[in-house]
Ligand binder design. Structure first.
Ligand SMILES: [Zn+2]
Length: 352
């Protein structure tokens, strides 16, 4: 399967935080003949071990399986659903979206509605509709009927978006954050001959607070940690270059530091040796790359580097437009280049 096909399959699979099993099944299937062992831990992290020529230093590479989405909060007597959000979602991206509710009886489709514009007062029209003024219409006539269709409080909800191709090797789809990371990690585990043991960890519940990475890093206690994720690239109208210097198509980004917007608190400052080794490798192999300081978010590497006695960690990411929308855009070339870079890294000697 090509990287494009793999990404399409992973992107279109449902898996909001805490409900990652469909994604986990695809990955297990892809890797079962390519790694030494695969197991699922108590939180649902999929841990794939690929042995190298020696045991140490061990390397944990994390990519999260979960995507942002919704969860059923209430079913009213007329059969309309209210929902809570799982992960950081701007409310205005939801209206009019088609959704899939994953029930015990299979998928039930719905659409997100609100009071129509024709019935809004002048001031109402100017305001964004908050998500708690929205609802999901599945076509049911009553609460009882919705329940008969299988819908229950707590059912996970994904937005319906197929992957499409744009020009110049760009693709657009949902959940590239972080299914592109999953696709890259699958390729690296499949095609590399590691120097020492690699733990490929497909984590759960990243979008709600790095939960899967926290427990898996603690139990594996690796010598080195790397997270693969997406990073914001706003190389488009309405954003100036200094606000978002990383660009789509110019190579994967090697992270120096990330965290909250005002202080870089709550994030990661990459281990300097590890970061320099990755840069040196990219230079030597003539793989294009970008170096970044990312304000306004963080990744699984933050949880990894603070576990046990502290673990040297770094982030490699794919520049992505419209992150945390349901139509993210990235370059397949960047993804291929990250596969190359990471494959070379696991095949070389590195001591933290
Ligand atoms: Zn992510």
């Amino acid at each position: 399967m090509s990287l494009f096909e793999l990404l399409k399959r992973l992107s279109e699979a449902p898996g909001v935080s805490g409900f990652e099993y469909s994604v986990s099944n695809i990955i297990r299937d892809e890797l079962k003949n390519h790694v030494n062992s695969i197991q699922t831990d108590k939180l649902g992290n999929l841990i794939c071990v690929k042995e190298g020529l020696k045991e140490k230093p061990t390397l944990m590479i994390a990519a999260h399986m979960d995507e942002i989405g919704l969860i059923v909060k209430h079913v009213d007597e007329k059969g309309f659903l209210r929902f809570a959000k799982l992960g950081g979602i701007s409310d205005h991206l939801l209206l009019g979206s088609r959704v899939a509710i994953h029930t015990r009886k299979g998928i039930v489709y719905g659409v997100i509605g609100c009071k129509p514009i024709h019935l809004m007062r002048e001031e109402e029209r100017k305001q964004l509709v908050p998500y708690d003024k929205m609802f999901i219409d599945i076509g049911a006539k009553s609460r009882e009927e919705a329940e008969e269709f299988g819908v229950r409080v707590g059912d996970p909800i994904t937005l319906e978006r197929n992957l499409i191709q744009l020009k110049n090797n760009l693709v657009c789809g949902k959940a590239f954050d972080d299914r592109v990371g999953c696709a890259i990690l699958i390729e690296v585990l499949k095609n590399s001959k590691p120097k020492s043991r690699v733990y490929g960890v497909f984590t759960v519940q990243e979008e709600v607070g790095l939960r899967g990475a926290t427990v898996s890093a603690f139990s594996l206690n690796p010598d080195v940690g790397i997270a693969i994720d997406v990073t914001t690239s706003a190389d488009h109208p309405e954003v100036s270059e200094h606000e978002s210097p990383v660009k789509v198509g110019l190579g994967p980004a090697i992270l120096v530091a990330d965290g909250r917007r005002d202080s870089l608190a709550g994030g990661l400052i990459s281990n300097i040796n590890l970061r320099n080794k990755l840069i040196e490798l990219a230079e030597r192999l003539k793989i294009p790359y970008q170096v970044e300081v990312a304000e306004g978010g963080t990744t699984d590497a933050t949880a990894i580097h603070l576990t046990q006695k502290g673990i040297p960690s770094c982030v490699l990411s794919i520049p992505t437009r419209y992150v945390h929308s349901f139509s993210e855009v990235l370059s397949l070339k960047d993804a291929e280049n990250l596969v190359k870079l990471l494959t070379a890294f696991v095949e070389e000697e590195f001591s933290p």
